[in-house]
Design a protein around this ligand. Structure first.
Ligand code: BDR
Ligand code: CA
Length: 311
């Protein structure tokens, strides 16, 4: 079992990603850390606990991390996730208690106390917590086995601005720190998440599993049908964050390319743009495995099989 910390801003697709990880025996989720993103932190930490309850995994601790980006105001995304972040399915008040330790300290202490090279970070929200952790304790960088993150974009252009993807846009300074950290990084950008669209037939497979988790995931992901679907060929919104977890489970289902990725932090016009040196034009050292292809049927089969294991 590989040890994973999930850093997240639930978020409807975050919920599906967390449940995918918790349903998978290959991964030991040592903790979930909430960050401010899609909705403010008091919602994301509460949502993370509600999702843990839904999974039946009361052994997984939930921490609250940073309340706002490293040096900017928070930009939320209620237009996609609803006012509380999990609109579409009523989940009860959480039974899982919030851990008292700050999420950033949990990340640092877990990485420092575990055997070096064993902890994986799966980052599916703005990168504030890990950016802050790397500033507070730079020596964690050499001890982290790998980072798999959902964020960024190349040929798909942006989703929150013409050129930037939401997770990177919200905290570009944190993303910049992460990209310069030297930690092995795999990025699931919009280019690959845009291939796994939540069409109604696919969501029906989750709904028809006959368990509560399947019904909840289908209802939460069905939000896309209230959005403008033109950019997704009328099918449904991407399952953004589950891509990062699916890569951890089945990297063989994805194709990626080692490239250099830099983050635009200064220009107001292109804030948070991932500048991807696809053709190695700059001579800058490749710092990320940038995913661009996925076995779409295999992806949905994997999710369906794993969600079926949940209560
Ligand atoms: C990312 O933004 C969030 O709204 C989603 O949860 C995902 O992490 C997609 O751009
Ligand atoms: Ca997210």
């Amino acid at each position: 079992m590989r040890k994973v910390i999930i850093d997240t801003d639930p978020g409807r697709d975050d919920a599906a990603a967390i449940l995918l990880a918790l349903a998978s025996p290959e991964l030991e989720v040592v903790g979930i850390v909430a960050v401010a993103g899609n909705v403010p932190l008091h919602h994301t930490e509460r949502n993370a606990r509600r999702i843990v309850d839904l999974s039946g995994r009361s052994d997984v601790p939930v921490y609250a991390g940073c309340e706002r980006p490293m040096s900017r105001e928070l930009v939320t995304s209620e237009h996609v996730h609803g006012q509380t972040g999990l609109a579409g399915y009523e989940l009860p008040e959480p039974r899982t208690q919030l851990e008292s330790r700050h999420g950033v300290d949990f990340i640092i202490e877990t990485v420092m106390s575990a055997e070096s090279g064993t902890i994986i970070l799966c980052l599916i929200g703005p990168l504030t917590n890990i950016g802050t952790a790397l500033v507070k304790q730079p020596s964690i960088a050499g001890r982290i086995r790998e980072i798999v993150l959902m964020g960024g974009t190349r040929a798909e252009v942006g989703n929150i601005t013409p050129s930037a993807e939401y997770n990177i846009y919200v905290d570009p300074e944190a993303a910049d720190i992460v990209m310069k950290s030297g930690i092995p990084i795999t990025i699931a950008p919009l280019d690959v998440t845009g291939l796994v669209l939540g069409g109604r037939e696919r969501l029906a497979r989750f709904a028809n599993l006959g368990n509560r988790a399947g019904a909840a995931i289908a209802a939460l992901l069905d939000f896309s049908h209230s959005l403008d679907l033109t950019r997704w060929d009328g099918i449904g919104a991407p399952l953004w964050d589950p891509c990062a977890v699916a890569y951890l489970l089945r990297p063989d289902m994805f194709k990626g390319k080692m490239v250099n990725v830099c983050i635009e932090t200064t220009s107001p016009l292109t804030r948070g743009t991932t500048v991807v040196d696809w053709w190695h034009a700059t001579g800058r050292r490749p710092n990320a495995n940038f995913l661009f292809e996925v076995n779409v049927e295999g992806f949905f089969d994997l999710l369906t099989e794993r969600f079926a294991r949940l209560p």
